[in-house]
Design a protein around this ligand. Sequence first.
Ligand code: DQA
Length: 155
Amino acid sequence: MYHWKVVILQLNQNDHPVKKILIMNGPNLNLLGKREPTIYGSQTFEDYFQTLQQLFPEVELHYFQSNHEGALIDKIHEIGFTFDGIVLNAGAYTHTSVAIADALSAVTTPAVEVHISNVHAREAFRHHSYLSSRVKGVIVGLGLRGYELAVRYFI
Ligand code: DQA
């Protein structure tokens, strides 16, 4: 009895395997465009995601947003052994969630933490992140451009 395992390897034009990167947004980031535009800008993330896809046609970009801590953790578990990178803006869970920090440590896919606003120029409770010690690096305060810079790190 033979057991065959078929591995389908997708290659980009330069013969490199296509990188899979997940952009993950946490609570209230579904309201980007409407939410406190003086802090977060007036563009929706869906709109900006299209820009990202145009900027990185050679990358398989995925997008996931949830307002629920457990759903974010489930997604990290789901893709965290096969994807090449996670670009994570966990919103307010950044400042509260040991569980998301543990999920990042539990998987092998590296992450970069992104914040649209400069959290260090805001209220003191935003200055601490439970996630920063579990990621490769942190980009804060550069607006939506921070997501682009984080994707660049992985490619
Ligand atoms: C944020 C900063 C967090 O403090 C806040 O709770 C958010 C957004 C940012 O992108 O600037 O929801 O992560």
